[in-house]
Design a protein around this ligand. Structure first.
Ligand SMILES: NC(=O)c1ccc[n+]([C@@H]2O[C@H](COP(=O)([O-])OP(=O)(O)OC[C@H]3O[C@@H](n4cnc5c(N)ncnc54)[C@H](OP(=O)(O)O)[C@@H]3O)[C@@H](O)[C@H]2O)c1
Length: 265
């Protein structure tokens, strides 16, 4: 039995616990820490998982998944340092925090794997990119891949690419939400009731996402298939190009990457 403790059962932490249960782990194999007693009680009631202190989690768990906000990491590392054993795998879900930070603060040789997940984890559709630190073996990477597969898809990337990953898939869902919001506004502008515009756009997003995921075609080909000569779509595309939407997207994602680099310092 592998005991897994999630440190910080907020949005991402809770989604992971729920996914692990759904994926076949039993509540006895899982632990969590949470500083709000009401949130801890709610999680125990809902999932039957025990809430413990960070030090106890460090002693009992084989895998410690850190899911607190990056700015809350300091007290967590202070509590873990004297309690964590060399055989314990530490998995960090914290945006921007390098494996070297954990390696510096925790006992020598503790294996660390860094993960950049995203919020679709709450519906079992996360995109997680993982990178092993200095002491993590192929076995550790395989275990983390297996754990995260219960809440979505997983790829391995070198840690040097994690800032780019953060800007693309970490923040990515927000870009789609923003686009959907703007398209719903366009529906309102054209006189549609909000509920109708929302239904039209959200289902179009779901359908387009499924086509992208299932098709082997490049997105350009999928778009060309709905862009008929002198039709409506090409008129819309001309406006998007005129307003520099593609260039705005490149600049936006580059700015997100730069901010991720800054946060990691
Ligand atoms: N949400 C995303 O889109 C996303 C995407 C990729 C990665 N991540 C990463 O995932 C991590 C968690 O994000 P989140 O959105 O789930 O944040 P969140 O909802 O704020 O969850 C973090 C939870 O940990 C608790 N906590 C803080 N310090 C603690 C401690 N010392 N011991 C026990 N519990 C503690 C927090 O309590 P308080 O409420 O008191 O702070 C909160 O309930 C972050 O590092 C973030 O960078 C998030």
């Amino acid at each position: 039995m592998t005991t897994i403790a999630v440190l910080g059962a907020g949005k991402i932490g809770e989604a992971l616990l729920a996914g692990l249960l759904k994926g076949g782990r039993s509540a006895d194999e899982l632990l969590f820490t949470e500083r709000h007693p009401e949130q801890a009680a709610r999680i125990t009631d809902r999932y039957g998982i025990a809430g413990v202190e960070v030090e106890e989690a460090a002693k009992r768990a084989d895998v410690l998944v850190v899911a607190v906000k990056p700015q809350d990491i300091d007290p967590v590392l202070t509590a873990l340092a004297p309690a964590v054993g060399p055989g314990t795998l530490v998995v960090s879900l914290c945006a921007g925090l390098p494996t070297s930070l954990y390696e510096r603060r925790l006992p020598d040789g503790v294996p660390v794997v860094r993960v950049m997940p995203n919020t679709p984890m709450v519906v079992g559709e996360a995109m997680s990119a993982i990178s092993p630190g200095t002491h993590a073996t192929a076995g550790h990477v395989a275990l983390v891949k297996e754990l995260l597969s219960s809440v979505g898809q997983v790829i391995e990337v070198p840690e040097s690419q994690q800032d780019a990953v953060t800007a693309l898939s970490g923040s990515g869902p927000a870009y789609f939400f923003y686009l959907v919001e703007a398209m719903i506004d366009a529906g309102i502008l054209l006189g549609l009731p909000r509920a109708v515009a929302e239904k039209l756009i959200v289902q179009s997003a779901v359908g387009a996402a499924k086509m992208l995921a299932q098709s082997t075609e490049h997105p350009v080909i999928l778009r060309e298939a709905v862009t008929s000569p002198a039709g409506t779509t090409i008129n819309a595309i001309r406006e998007l190009e005129k307003h520099g939407v593609r260039a705005a997207m490149l600049d936006a994602i580059e700015a997100a990457r730069d901010r991720s680099v800054e946060l990691g310092k």
